[in-house]
Write a protein that binds this ligand. Structure first.
Ligand code: IPD
Ligand code: CA
Ligand code: CA
Length: 270
């Protein structure tokens, strides 16, 4: 794929991310309906659905032959296409429903299964993070780079807890305690896409999480890689989006953070 084609797809991802973001702004503070999607705490609102509609509208108009994986609608379009969009129309629904202003729209394009283009838009702060493979990463059109922090004791990290946290012992509580102990702090941002964007622009030094879906991660992964960071499985093996697990850092912290995760003591030892 040449640079111009990639740039066009990045512009399309941006258009879609902004279209969803405008919808989220219009519902902000005015939600009438908040439902649980089956699992306790997994919320969906009319804003998620309306944002997704606006995003799908943009993509269907411009690239009708592409495949789409959208959080609220599932798989759409051409399933045999090399081009597949991953859409999270509102990442950070719990924050949004409580009017805590950390949420985003997240739009990614994978080509032959590899995320190549990503746009993450934070409507409340009007921050647009964009990246495409080989074209670099930006925040509101300014180039961004990951931080230079090279030791855990100087780092600020972020993580999250999946909706199945009450049903599994693999719920990230032990890792959260362990890394809180070793670092200057571990935030729980509540929007995986924004967590990755903040690693990409150096506000945070590293991020890990389990139980995620492709639409949570795909755009943010492109941001982190293009900003000079590193993305892998917890054990530094190849990143596999279907695994739901991610370790993303500024690069310098990758090995120490991976080791700390792999050596996490059980919660009972605290
Ligand atoms: C959630 C957010 C959150 C993460 C959850 C995700 P949603 O997405 O990204 O940060 O911890 O695992 O499911 O439900 O707000 O789109
Ligand atoms: Ca999400
Ligand atoms: Ca969502």
């Amino acid at each position: 794929m040449n640079r111009d084609e990639l740039k066009n797809f990045l512009d399309l991802a941006t258009l879609a991310a902004r279209a969803g973001g405008e919808v989220l702004k219009s519902y902000w503070g005015n939600l009438e309906e908040i439902q649980e999607k089956g699992r306790s705490g997994d919320l969906v609102t009319e804003a998620d659905k309306a944002s997704e509609e606006a995003i799908l509208d943009v993509l269907k108009r411009h690239v009708p032959g592409h495949g789409i994986l959208a959080e609220e609608s599932g798989s759409l379009g051409e399933s045999s296409s090399r081009y597949r969009w991953a859409i999270d129309p509102l990442d950070g629904t719990t924050n949004y429903a409580h009017q805590y202003p950390a949420f985003s729209t997240s739009i990614a394009l994978s080509i032959d299964g590899v995320p190549q283009v990503g746009a993450v838009y934070s409507p409340f702060h009007d921050e647009l993070f964009r990246a495409a493979r080989g074209l670099g990463a930006t925040r509101n059109a300014e180039p961004i780079r990951v931080s230079k922090t090279d030791s855990l004791d100087k780092s600020l990290l972020v993580t999250g807890f999946a909706y199945d946290r009450r049903e599994t012992a693999d719920n990230n509580y032990a890792e959260f305690c362990h890394l809180t102990h070793l670092t200057q702090g571990v935030r729980r941002g509540g929007s995986a896409a924004l967590d990755l964007a903040y690693v990409a622009c150096g506000r945070l030094d590293g991020y890990w999480e389990r139980g995620l879906s492709p639409w949570d991660m795909a755009a943010g992964v492109v941001l982190v890689l293009e900003a000079g960071g590193r993305v892998s499985a917890y054990d530094r093996g190849p990143f596999q989006i279907e695994s739901g697990r991610i370790l993303a850092t500024n690069g310098a912290l990758h090995d120490p953070l991976s080791r700390a995760l792999m050596e996490t003591p059980p919660l009972s030892s605290w």
